[in-house]
Design a protein around this ligand. Structure first.
Ligand SMILES: *Cc1c(COP(=O)(O)O)cnc(C)c1O
Length: 335
């Protein structure tokens, strides 16, 4: 199966009425640090508070009208996108998630009228349940990242980036299952091959990074992270997002939990924005000096805002945060 820019252009037309075309705004503070314009694309302004609506809407709007409903596994935001798009089409939706998913995300999905099932301690458990339900109840399973329509939907972000700033040198993409990075890289590099597309993940449990290094999809242990939306595997039977990320990404950079903590403070105190840990990994990489030397404008994607507010408040107050087996030492911003 091959995907092309034509699929992404088709997705842009399909999702026009459900997802919004998001703004790309400058961050003067980060530009000073980078030595070039630094732009943030505000996917936190989507109606579900995250970019995942794009892929979910493209997949669901392409289904025939007579399907019995849809199901998926999710770390939270894909489930919210599927629930939103299914409701718009009057379809039933069953969302399977593991016990690692924050309560705020579960509540958001229930509020959209979808059925939520909490199963096991990992994304693999949630995926197995969603496949079982699809089989037994005749629902269509929608992968969060390994689906051509989902990847094409996420790719519309790359299209908008190039329409708004054709002079970009580098795009920093938060990376988990790789649907976002695959779609964005495909759009950006088809339009302008010289743009460097860098995937960024947390350094604990980065399944796509481990898989690219191994040359095939591998499993990693799933651990708690401030970037909870980046958790979970890529699927040992991955067909699409793995080869696309392997072939199209120029590099994958990993950041620590402490670096994510500080980047969340930067985005809030300098740019007055509330975001999830997953969104700021690109900013964390810049602040930690882990990026290749920029030769021109840089953009990153603020992928979502569905953060646990208790944790967010603690970080903004410079307090300690406990993450499973790890306690992050608090630090006031600028200290
Ligand atoms: C899903 C998600 C990502 C990563 O997207 P993938 O396609 O799985 O790589 C990044 N940020 C947020 C907020 C997400 O929900």
């Amino acid at each position: 199966m091959s995907l092309s820019l034509a699929d992404i252009l088709a997705a842009a037309r399909t999702i026009r009425d459900l997802a919004v075309r998001t703004p790309l705004v400058p961050s003067p503070h980060l530009a000073r640090l980078a030595g070039h314009d630094f732009l943030v694309k505000l996917e936190n302004t989507q109606p579900i508070g995250a970019f995942k609506l794009r892929g979910a809407a493209n997949a669901i709007l392409n289904l025939p009208a007579d399907v019995g409903g849809v199901t998926c596994c999710s770390t939270g935001n894909h489930g919210r996108g599927v629930a939103y798009a299914a409701r718009a089409r009057g379809m039933k939706a069953v969302i399977c998630m593991s016990a690692l998913v924050p309560q705020a995300k579960i509540d958001g999905i229930r509020a959209l009228g979808a059925e939520v099932r909490i199963v096991g301690r990992s994304q693999d458990d949630a995926l197995a349940e969603s496949r079982r339900i699809a089989e037994e109840d005749g629902l269509v399973e929608i992968s969060p990242f390994d689906d051509p329509l989902v990847i094409a939907g996420q790719g519309t972000i790359g299209l908008e980036l190039m329409q708004d700033r054709p002079d970009l040198d580098m795009v920093l993409v938060p990376l988990s299952g790789g649907g976002l990075a695959a779609g964005v890289a495909l759009a950006v590099k088809t339009i302008q091959p010289s743009v460097r597309v860098i995937g960024v993940s947390m350094d604990r449990g980065a399944a796509m990074d481990a898989s690219i290094r191994a040359g095939r999809p591998v499993e990693v242990e799933e651990v708690a992270s401030l970037a909870d939306s980046l958790g979970g595997g890529i699927g040992l039977d991955n067909r699409l997002s793995f080869p696309l990320c392997r072939d199209l990404l120029d590099d994958v950079v990993l950041v620590t939990e402490d670096e994510i903590y500080r980047a969340l403070q930067t985005l809030f105190y300098e740019d007055r924005m509330v975001a999830e840990g997953a969104c700021v990994v690109g900013i964390a990489a810049l602040q930690a000096g882990k990026l290749p030397v920029p030769k021109g404008p840089i953009a990153t994607i603020i992928t979502g805002r569905n953060v646990d507010m208790t944790v967010f408040h603690r970080i903004m107050a410079g307090q300690d945060v406990s993450l499973g087996d790890l306690t992050l030492k608090g630090q006031a911003y600028g200290a």
